[in-house]
Design a binder for this molecule. Structure first.
Ligand SMILES: C[S@@+](CC[C@H](N)C(=O)[O-])C[C@H]1O[C@@H](n2cnc3c(N)ncnc32)[C@H](O)[C@@H]1O
Length: 209
């Protein structure tokens, strides 16, 4: 197959992050999406408590653990088991983020309310664009509900979305709850994919409890 110049660059980029992840012992090429977004916007800091929704195989957990350091804590949540980590201050649980009592379940594993909730949760894609978009927005909405319930006041939220008809409504919804909201496309995210990330800073209107 002869690749167009654009497709050739895309293939090289994908291969680049795949190899880089192997070399740097990260569990996924997706790890670089979180690293790049945080380098630019600094929403995860040293000592933070972070909840990672849809965390398997654990690349974001590894990256978040480096960002939060030894006084922080990272909890990874996924339907699938996550191979254990050797470092301290990481915990993973098998759970479905769509379960009604999931926020309480998660809270019971945390040392305190989280500073940041991140979600790379994704459905099994069908290839039918509208269906995949709807499932992704549904997971993003569920993730936002968990973030609203758990985050400390002023906390941050970073979530995967797919472009499509329901994205604007989702953004409006998030804007009601956070001080600032922006759409982010890290360089490691495939340019041809409809994947983007929404970054919401500063959960508002909540009293600490
Ligand atoms: C793209 S992967 C996450 C990759 C991860 N950020 C990393 O760097 O290793 C998406 C994950 O979302 C999980 N997921 C999808 N629906 C879920 C749900 N309802 N509850 C929990 N996890 C879910 C999948 O099992 C899958 O492991």
């Amino acid at each position: 197959m002869i690749l167009t110049p654009k497709a050739w660059i895309r293939e090289r980029k994908n291969e680049y992050y795949y190899k880089k992840a192997k070399e740097e012992n990260y569990r996924s090429r997706s790890t670089y999406k979180l690293i790049q977004a945080n380098e630019k916007y600094g929403f995860i800091k040293l000592r933070d408590v972070v909840v990672d929704l849809g965390a398997a195989p654990g690349g974001w957990v590894q990256a978040a653990r480096k960002m939060t350091g030894k006084y922080g804590f990272v909890l990874g949540v996924d339907l699938k088991p996550i191979e254990p980590f050797t470092q301290e201050y990481i915990r993973t649980i098998i759970a479905d983020l769509t379960e009604p009592d999931i926020a309480e379940q998660i809270l019971s594993f945390l040392p305190r309310r989280p500073d940041v909730v991140i979600s790379d949760a994704a459905p099994n894609v069908t290839g039918v664009w509208e269906v995949d978009h709807e499932c992704q927005i549904d997971l993003a909405n569920k993730s936002m509900e968990i973030a609203k319930r758990l985050l400390k006041p002023g906390g941050n939220f970073f979530v995967k979305v797919f472009q499509g008809g329901q994205l604007d409504e989702f953004i409006l919804n998030v804007k009601k709850n956070f001080d600032s909201v922006k759409i982010v496309k890290p360089p490691a995210s495939r340019s041809k994919s409809s994947e983007e990330y929404l970054l919401a800073l500063g959960l508002k209107g909540k009293t600490e409890n």
